[in-house]
Each structure stands twice: as structure tokens, then as C-alpha cells.
Write a new protein. Structure first.
Ligand SMILES: Nc1ncnc2c1ncn2[C@@H]1O[C@H](COP(=O)(O)OP(=O)(O)O)[C@@H](O)[C@H]1O
Ligand SMILES: [Mg+2]
Ligand SMILES: [Zn+2]
Length: 277
């Protein structure tokens, strides 16, 4: 298997930061706030590979830096240090951390998709569900009205949103349905890389289960490489072949999901697994 993404040393610090930030924070210290300068080390030295067609899980408690990693990879924020090489396609690998705004937007529109925990971050509530998908298709360079309408309705069918609701606004949909529309929108450009940040958190269990099934099916059918971020071990167990465990902005453990769950090495992972039993 070939890597689609090579992440090395990703670091993001909120605040002015000082020489002591990294040594004075982290899992051994037990916090992410630098005692010298007060800055927050949201993530530090995060390195991993994502393989083609793989679902990689990132698990950790609230505030451990999971969304920070996703936001950096989607180029919504800037890293203080580190790189992330996206492979695939005809071009040579692209360093996501080295792109300017216009380049970042183009790459995102063509090759990446994101699904947020909060659908308000991923959907435009002023336009219809179909319009949300159409907007993304237009940005990625697809221009024919009939094509766009057809692709949008196919995607809604695929994500099990009633096509009869295509012209309804996202605000009129249930939470689970809004996530399906977000997924349809993210998939519309057939991205190489899909980032999912707590996409089922807060939904009813039965709705969660159906959305997780949908994600698995899509991955099997389309072979999209995905990073799934969650604080829920159940989600990791179901979706991810490999898992990274984060605490206070650092990766404290990584490996095959089964191994991480059955034989956790780090005390923090042991605690996570024990509390989920
Ligand atoms: N804009 C910000 N300013 C200051 N601190 C932030 C900001 N965004 C996130 N943080 C902090 O960075 C840390 C990691 O946050 P986040 O990546 O959202 O964690 P997670 O997604 O694992 O819950 C947390 O301590 C959070 O409070
Ligand atoms: Mg988060
Ligand atoms: Zn500091």
C-alpha cells in the first residue's frame, strides 16, 4: 500500500509562544498550557502516514488536539512547524502546509472533503441542500446545470437523503440528515482525502449507527482515504483500521486499532479503554 498523506511534526501553538512551550507541556506534564508564557500548545510534533484507501482513526479526550490536526490538514489554520505531503494524481507530492490561500482553496475544492461535527460549519443554511452540493461542484470547475443537478440528486440518493427534499434548506432537516447532506457535499468532487471530525457526536444512537454504516460503505465502494476523529471508542472500533491516540496535543500511542484496543500500551489509552467497558 502507498501512502496518500505523509504528516511530519505538525505543531500549532495559540499565543506568542516561547522556547519553553514544548518541554513544559505534553502528556508527562499533564497539560497543554505553557507555564512560562501562557500559550496553548494545541498540537505538537504530530507525525503519521495515511495509506491509500485506509480509514485512520484519531481518538482522544476533549481538548487533546484532534480538531486542530484536522483544521491544519484542511488548511483552515496555519501550522507553526511541520509539513503534510499529499500524494497521488499526476503531480508530484504537494506540501499542504506550504500553499498560499488560493492554492489551498483550489486543492481543497478539487481533492479534499471535510465533514464537521457542527453542520453549520459545513453547510450554507441560506441555500438548499441541492444548492450546497451544486455550489461545491461549481467551485471545483464543474459547470453544466443539468450535470450538476443530476450529480447532486445521485449523491443524495447515495447518502440516503430523500431526493424530494433536494430543494429544501438544511435548517429544515434533522441532525442526522444534515450530516448526510454534508457527506454528500464532501463526496461531490470525489475527493482523494476525506476528513471527518466527530460526525456522529450528539446524534441518537440509531442514527449514529446508520451514518457510520454509510461511511464504511462509501469507503469500500469508492476507496476514499479518510481520517476519522472522535472521542468515541465505538466509532474507532467500527471504522478505523489503524488508530492514533492523542493527549495534550501529542500522539501518545498508535497502531492497528485491534491491538490498540486489546492491548493498550500507554496508561492513558488503558484508561480510555477501561472507561469504555
Ligand atoms: N483559537 C484558539 N485559541 C486558543 N486555544 C485554542 C483555540 N482553538 C483551540 N484551542 C485549544 O487547543 C486545544 C486543542 O483543541 P482541539 O484541537 O479543538 O481539541 P479536540 O478537538 O481534541 O477537542 C484545546 O486546549 C483548545 O482549548
Ligand atoms: Mg474537536
Ligand atoms: Zn511558552
Amino acid at each position: 500500500m502507498k501512502p496518500i498523506l505523509d504528516v511530519k511534526g505538525l505543531t500549532r501553538i495559540h499565543g506568542k509562544s516561547c522556547d519553553g512551550c514544548l518541554a513544559a507541556t505534553g502528556p508527562k506534564v499533564g497539560g497543554n498550557q505553557c507555564p512560562h508564557c501562557g500559550s496553548i500548545v494545541a498540537c505538537a510534533d504530530v507525525s503519521f502516514q495515511l495509506m491509500e484507501g485506509e480509514i485512520l482513526g484519531i481518538i482522544g479526550e476533549s481538548g487533546s488536539g484532534k480538531s486542530t490536526v484536522i483544521r491544519l490538514l484542511y488548511m483552515l489554520d496555519q501550522a507553526l512547524a511541520g509539513g503534510a505531503l499529499l500524494h497521488g494524481g499526476e503531480e508530484s507530492a504537494i506540501d499542504l502546509m506550504a500553499l498560499n490561500r488560493a492554492q489551498a482553496r483550489q486543492l481543497r475544492d478539487r481533492h479534499m472533503g471535510i465533514v464537521h461535527q457542527n453542520p453549520r460549519l459545513g453547510l450554507n443554511y441560506q441555500i438548499s441542500a441541492g444548492g450546497n452540493i451544486a455550489e461545491r461542484l461549481l467551485m471545483s470547475g464543474n459547470r453544466r446545470y443539468h450535470d450538476i443537478r443530476r450529480i447532486a440528486s445521485e449523491l443524495l440518493v447515495r447518502t440516503e437523503v430523500p431526493v424530494s427534499r433536494m430543494d429544501d434548506f438544511p435548517g429544515t432537516f434533522s441532525g442526522g440528515m444534515q450530516q448526510r447532506v454534508q457527506i454528500a457535499k464532501a463526496l461531490s468532487t470525489r475527493p482523494r482525502l476525506l476528513l471527518l471530525d466527530e460526525v456522529t457526536t450528539g446524534l441518537d444512537l440509531s442514527v449514529q449507527a446508520r451514518i457510520l454504516d454509510l461511511i464504511l460503505e462509501l469507503q469500500r465502494e469508492l476507496g476514499i482515504s479518510m481520517i476519522v476523529v472522535t472521542h468515541d471508542l465505538g466509532v474507532i472500533r467500527l471504522l478505523a483500521s489503524r488508530t492514533l491516540v492523542m493527549k495534550t496535543g501529542r500522539i501518545v500511542e498508535s497502531g492497528l486499532t485491534d491491538q490498540v484496543l486489546q492491548d493498550p500500551q500507554h496508561a492513558y489509552t488503558q484508561q480510555l479503554v477501561a472507561s469504555a467497558l
